[in-house]
Design a protein around this ligand. Structure first.
Ligand code: ES4
Ligand code: ZN
Length: 326
C-alpha cells in the first residue's frame, strides 16, 4: 500500500534491536555447519515452527539456546552485517544495536570475539551502506550484579566502541535497583543508560519510577505502561525521555501490540519510537513495525513521520548529527 511504501521510505533510526534477535534460521544453519554443530532441527521450516511464543519466558527459552551457533568474531560480524543489510531496505540510516555479551562469555566465547565481530560490521555499515551503527552493551538481569559489574570492567577496554549500556532479559525478581551500582559506574564512565521496563509484569510501574527518579536513565525500552501514572508521564515529557516501543514484539510476549498506550503517549508529545526488538523471531523488521502499528491504530503519514523524527531525537547521536536528520 501507499502507507507501507511511505513507512519503508522514511529515513529512521532503530534504537531497540537485539543483534542476537536478528538470527534468521538460514544463517543459523550456515553458522552451525561452519562450526560443526548438529542442530536439533533439520530444516528452516522446523526452526520457524519453534518460534511459537506465548510470553517472555517461552521466548527466552528459544532465544538463548539458539546462540550456540555464534562462536567466532566472523560469526558475530556475519550476524550483524545481515541485520544491517535488512535495515538498509527498511529505511534505517542510524542504528543503536543491543548486544548481550554475557550470553556468550557465559559459554566461554571471549568478549573480544563478540565485540570485535560486531564492531567490524558497524564500521562496514558506515563505509558501504551509509548507516551509522553503534553498539549498546546489555546486561542480562537474571545474572548477578557482580557478573554485570565484571562485564562492565571488561568492556572498558573497548569503551570507544560502546555508546551506552542497557538491561534486558527476565524482569521478574530482577528489578532495576539490583543493578543500581553497575549503572552508576557506567554513567560515571560516560555511557548513556537505558533499561528494559517490560510490560505486563507485576510491579512494573514501580520499576519505571525507579529508573526515572533514582537511576536516571537516558531512555526506557518498552515502558509504555507509564500511562498508568500521569505524574511519571509528565516527568518523562519534561525530560524529553525516549521510549523504544516494539509493537510486533509486544503482540508476541503479551496479548497485544500495546497500540493504545503507544498512541496515547504519541498524542501527548512524549518521545515514543517504533522498533523491531528481535525481528528474526517476531517476523517483522522496523518498517514493518511502523506498518503494523499504523494498521492497528489507524495512523497516517504525519504520525509515522513524527515517529521517525522521535527516533532521531531519542537517539544518542551528537546534537549536530541529530539535527541533520530532524
Ligand atoms: C528480549 Cl522481548 C525481550 N525481552 C527481554 N529481553 C530480551 N532480550 C531479547 N529480547
Ligand atoms: Zn528488547
Amino acid at each position: 500500500s501507499d502507507l507501507a511504501a511511505f513507512a519503508f521510505g522514511l529515513p529512521k533510526a532503530e534504537l531497540h534491536l537485539h543483534l542476537e534477535g536478528t538470527l534468521e534460521p538460514e544463517l543459523k544453519f550456515e553458522l552451525a555447519a561452519r562450526n560443526g554443530i548438529q542442530l536439533a532441527q533439520t530444516s528452516v521450516e522446523e526452526v520457524r515452527a519453534t518460534y511459537d511464543f506465548t510470553d517472555l519466558t517461552s521466548f527466552l527459552a528459544v532465544y538463548y539456546p539458539a546462540m550456540e551457533v555464534l562462536q567466532t568474531a566472523d560469526d558475530f560480524h556475519d550476524l550483524a552485517w545481515a541485520y544491517l543489510l535488512r535495515a538498509k531496505e527498511q529505511g534505517v540510516v542510524h542504528a543503536e544495536m543491543f548486544f548481550d555479551p554475557q550470553a556468550h562469555t557465559s559459554r566461554v566465547v571471549p568478549f573480544s570475539a563478540v565485540i570485535g565481530g560486531y564492531r567490524r560490521a558497524a564500521v562496514r555499515a558506515q563505509d558501504e551502506l551509509g548507516i551509522s551503527a553503534e553498539l549498546i552493551l546489555c546486561f542480562l538481569r537474571d545474572f548477578s550484579a557482580e557478573f554485570a559489574m565484571a562485564t562492565l570492567m571488561e568492556a572498558l577496554e573497548y569503551k570507544q566502541w560502546i555508546v551506552g549500556v542497557g538491561l534486558d532479559s527476565d524482569e521478574r525478581d530482577n528489578p532495576p535497583s539490583k543493578f543500581a551500582a553497575v549503572f552508576a559506574r557506567a554513567k560515571s564512565e560516560g555511557f548513556f543508560l537505558t533499561m528494559h521496563c517490560d510490560i505486563d509484569q507485576v510491579g512494573s510501574i514501580d520499576n519505571i519510577g525507579e529508573v526515572l527518579r533514582d537511576i536516571r536513565v537516558d531512555r526506557i525500552d518498552h515502558g509504555t505502561n507509564i500511562v498508568e501514572d500521569p505524574a511519571l508521564v509528565a516527568l518523562a515529557k519534561e525530560r524529553g525521555l525516549g521510549f523504544t516501543c516494539c509493537p510486533v514484539s509486544n503482540s508476541f510476549v503479551t496479548e497485544q501490540m500495546k497500540a493504545d498506550e503507544i498512541v496515547t503517549l504519541l498524542r501527548e508529545g512524549v518521545r515514543v519510537t517504533v522498533n523491531s526488538d528481535d525481528p528474526a523471531y517476531f517476523g517483522a523488521y522496523v518498517a514493518e513495525n511502523y506498518v503494523a502499528l499504523a494498521a492497528q491504530a489507524g495512523l497516517d503519514e504525519a504520525d509515522l513521520a513524527q515517529l521517525a523524527i522521535n527516533s532521531f531525537e531519542a537517539s544518542w547521536l551528537t546534537p549536530a548529527r541529530r539535527d541533520a536528520y530532524v
